[in-house]
Design a protein around this ligand. Structure first.
Ligand code: PLP
Length: 395
């Protein structure tokens, strides 16, 4: 057994099956310990928005770590203030809370809903089946997948699950105890299921009418991954009234740090001061180093027009995959930009991804027989063509 695998077998908690040791990367390519090259369109599960070893990230990490890595949230931190301003400008009037991961950002949404409903005795959150919101006790309780929850019961109370894209089911689930609705714009782990425009606009109306918070988990589908800043903008761009749609709060993480851990919760006016001093916090959240990296990611995405690039490359990928539908392996293609899923006819996604990896292409399995292509935003046309050729040949 190679040394790294031996160390894992002896010393690392066995939480997932691994078949590959990645030792370095550059752009959309990664290499294993035998120097075999892979095209990495798994992006570290929708994290590596700028690919591997982007020089601007390397430069920022070096410069900022030589200046100030951490100061803690008892003090002002110029980089956090600036990043909050940029996120508010991109999203809408409101404020931002910084944390360290997607689950922690969703914990922030859940606590926001609890605090918001507290005085009126409301605490329930309506979430959806097939969703994924994280692995902490509250976020796995919010997650609508039994396989994630199994073994950890009793779950955190206060979550009700209804089918995704079913507005009537949400309406029927509202009780006097309901405080909020929580949805992903695109269910990523669940198999790349996209919310319909009618669903999103309907949820907004329902939340307004019943005075509920509309919370969106944009951890995987947000941050330009669809070619627009947030997935709802891409979904609603041809729908009348779509441009003015806003949820009340959004959880962000993954692509925001391009590999450096950071999470954020944007909270819309007039709810931005529901959290008061002492009611929520974290030691590391929004550190000078994390915020500097996120500011650089935003700069690079804007300067290199990467939102447009991932949108075009996603269209190329979807068109190419659609040509393979019905040829014996792929039955459906879903998603946008850097969040595209293809559903397999017979094979389970785990073994299919293992065969693709062997053939030199790294992708990510999802639920419902789906394989995800989570390409970095700077993926090239040639790399998408290479991925399509490997998928066609292998599957
Ligand atoms: N929410 C969504 C939609 C996710 O896809 C994920 C992770 O895959 C999470 C939350 C949890 O994020 P993290 O693993 O950073 O805690």
């Amino acid at each position: 057994m190679p040394r790294t695998e031996e160390l894992y077998a002896r010393y690392v908690v066995p939480l997932s099956r691994r078949g590959l040791t990645i030792v370095r990367g550059k752009g959309c390519c990664a290499w294993d310990e035998h120097d075999k090259r892979y095209l990495d369109l798994g992006g570290g599960v929708a994290v590596n928005s700028l690919g591997h070893a982007h020089p601007a990230i390397t430069e920022t990490l070096a410069r900022q770590s030589a200046t100030l890595i951490h100061s803690c949230n008892l003090y002002y931190n110029p980089w956090q203030g600036e990043l909050a301003r940029r996120l508010v400008e991109l999203t809408g009037a409101g404020k931002v809370f910084f944390c360290n991961s997607g689950a922690e950002a969703n914990e922030g949404l859940i606590k926001l809903a609890r605090k918001f409903g507290h005085e009126t005795g409301r605490y329930e959150i309506i979430a959806t089946t097939n969703s994924f919101h994280g692995r902490t006790m509250a976020t796995l309780s919010a997650t609508g997948q039994e396989k994630i929850q199994h073994g950890f019961e009793p779950l955190v109370p206060g979550f009700v699950h209804v089918p995704y894209n079913d507005l009537a089911a949400v309406e029927a689930a509202i009780t006097p105890k309901t405080a909020a609705i929580l949805v992903e714009g695109i269910q990523g782990e669940g198999g790349v299921y996209v919310a319909t425009p009618e669903y999103l606009l309907g949820l907004r109306k329902l939340a307004d009418a019943k005075k509920l918070l509309l919370l969106m988990d944009g951890v995987q589908c947000g941050f330009f991954r669809t070619g627009r800043w947030q997935s709802y903008q891409r979904i609603l761009e041809n729908t009348p009234g779509g441009e003015s749609f806003r949820p009340d709060a959004i959880a962000m993480a993954k692509s925001l740090g391009a590999g450096f851990p950071i999470g954020a919760v944007w909270i819309r006016e007039p709810y931005q001061d529901v959290f008061t001093p002492g009611s929520h916090g974290t030691t590391y959240g929004g550190s000078p180093l994390a915020c500097s990296v996120a500011l650089t990611v935003l700069d690079v995405v804007e300067r290199e027009k990467l939102a447009d690039n991932i949108r075009t490359r996603g269209d190329q990928l979807v068109a190419g995959l659609n040509k393979l539908v019905g040829k014996g392996a792929i039955t459906a293609v879903r998603g946008y930009g850097g969040l595209v899923g293809f559903e397999l006819e017979k094979e389970e996604p785990g073994p299919a991804v293992a065969r693709l990896t062997e053939a030199g292409l790294i992708l990510i399995p999802a639920a419902n027989k789906t394989v995800r292509v989570l390409a970095p935003f700077n993926v090239t046309s040639a790399e998408i063509a290479e991925a399509l050729a490997i998928i066609e040949k292998t599957l």
